[in-house]
Design a protein around this ligand. Structure first.
Ligand SMILES: C[S@@+](CC[C@H](N)C(=O)[O-])C[C@H]1O[C@@H](n2cnc3c(N)ncnc32)[C@H](O)[C@@H]1O
Length: 440
């Protein structure tokens, strides 16, 4: 008889892969669960262990470092066992005896008797107090930004960037961090002319809130829906759908350029709008494997190219969408480990690339034509600071008008303009930023 897969062992393996080879938990865990076969409560336990531990990783490490004699000497795999144990003790309602016992057994299989003894001693010490008491111990005095980060499991520099974007309103930041820790349902986009939202509703989804193309799938794999399997609908956050639709409005016929197009979620919506207006789309991506994922469409020409070295004549296209590579800090709901993987240095190097790509987009568009600049990060260095770099070349339009023109319902609290910043805690979308610029 095959042994029943142990959810704690699966969680430990996934944490190890995330740490060692930068695996994405949201891709690896479902694959492991499918392959290993636990279902129901065991699958739910493995999922909570992985996502819950990854979200609060920095906080759990701070607690562990208080309890370890030599934190720097700890084997990384044993640290993972301890992190899972701390999450069961401080973040879940697992009986402390069971949490310690199961962790010690995991440690024994991972690192032998020495590891088991260490895990036993450390977790017993941690089990003596609750999360509030440990937070009080590890939180620096007079640093409300760090305190929010420790309570909701975000690095301090990221909380500071969110606070900047939210004008220093820490109650708002708290709501955002909580939303980032709330699992997001799968959002689907019905590709106009190929699928309707009604077809997705009939397959078990519910309507999206804002985009006329959106449906939300609360349970089950999207691949079980025929329209998704056939490429007539795609998995795409509703905020991304709003951005793609806003980038197409109001555009004329001629060529539209999608400068960072792979894997093509926005291209597919642009193509449908282009079809209505007799326009064509040139979809560009630097990476061949990303370009290959762009859905085939008679209106779309796909090329692999560096958007900064144009393969097209400058000043000719009617419209450009530049959905730049970014830190992804707007999608932390869907990628719990990303907050610990990103570094402040990433922001600086990505900002350089973002400015170059936005400049190339402006070179490509005809005078008077429009460029939509989008990022899935609300970090001001990747949003308004980038747009300010090209301020002398553009007239900044009110992006809220373009977004509202295509929305099924008008999203509230789009901010003072002229840019749009969507937020998980306000709109239940990823934190997409969108600016609409007219080349002078
Ligand atoms: C945020 S993703 C785009 C997502 C896409 N618009 C969608 O909706 O599916 C950014 C893309 O930019 C591409 N990229 C990075 N550097 C680039 C460059 N110099 N030129 C063109 N594409 C680039 C990446 O390969 C990545 O696919």
């Amino acid at each position: 008889m095959m042994a029943t897969p142990n959810p704690r062992q699966i969680a430990l393996d996934v944490l190890g892969a995330v740490r060692r080879r930068d695996a994405y938990a949201n891709l690896l865990l479902p694959a492991r669960l499918d392959a290993a076969g636990p279902a129901g409560r065991d699958a739910a336990l493995a999922t909570e262990l992985v996502y819950g531990t990854l979200r609060l990783l920095g906080t759990y490490d701070a607690v562990l470092d208080r309890c370890l004699p030599r934190p720097d000497r700890l084997h990384p795999r044993v640290r993972d066992v301890l992190r899972l144990g701390v999450h069961q003790l401080l973040g879940m309602r697992v009986d402390p005896h069971a949490a310690v016992y199961e962790s010690v057994e995991l440690a024994r299989r991972t690192g032998g008797a020495v590891a088991a003894r260490l895990v036993n001693a450390v977790l017993r010490r941690i089990a003596d107090r609750d999360l509030e008491s440990w937070l009080a111990e590890v939180t620096p005095a007079d640093d409300p930004v760090a305190a929010l980060g420790l309570r909701y499991g975000h690095p301090r520099w990221i909380v500071a960037a969110f606070a900047d974007a939210l004008r220093g309103d820490l109650a708002d930041v708290r709501a955002l961090l909580q939303a980032n820790n709330t699992p997001a349902p799968v959002h689907l986009a019905a590709r106009p002319g190929r699928c309707t939202v009604d077809e997705l509703l009939a397959a078990g989804a519910r309507p999206g809130r804002w985009a006329p193309t959106a449906a939300i799938l609360d349970a089950g794999a999207p691949g079980r829906i025929a329209a998704v399997r056939e490429g007539r609908a795609g998995v795409q956050d509703e905020g991304s759908q709003l951005v793609a639709l806003a980038a197409a409005a109001p555009a004329g016929a001629g060529w539209w350029l999608d400068l960072c197009a792979g894997p093509g979620g926005k291209t597919a919506l642009l193509a449908a709008e282009a079809d209505r207006r007799g326009a064509r789309v040139l979809a560009v991506d630097l990476r061949p494997h990303r370009a290959r994922l762009i859905p085939r469409d008679p209106r779309v020409t796909v090329i692999v190219a560096d958007g900064r070295r144009p393969a097209w004549r400058s000043g000719r296209v009617d419209r450009v969408l530049v959905d730049v590579p970014c830190t992804g800090l707007g999608a932390l709901r869907r990628r719990p480990e990303l907050r610990w993987r990103r570094r402040p240095d990433d922001v600086r190097s990505l900002q350089r690339l973002q400015i170059e790509l936005l400049t190339a987009a402006l070179d490509a568009v005809r005078p008077g034509g429009l460029v939509g600049y989008a990022t899935c990060s609300p970090h001001p260095a990747e949003t308004i600071d980038v747009v300010h770099q090209v301020a002398d070349r553009v007239e900044v339009l009110d992006a809220r008008e373009a977004m509202v023109a295509h929305a099924r319902a008008v999203p509230p609290d789009l901010g003072p303009g002229p840019f749009v910043q969507l937020w998980p805690h306000r709109h239940e979308t990823d934190a997409m930023f969108f600016a609409l610029l007219r080349r002078r």
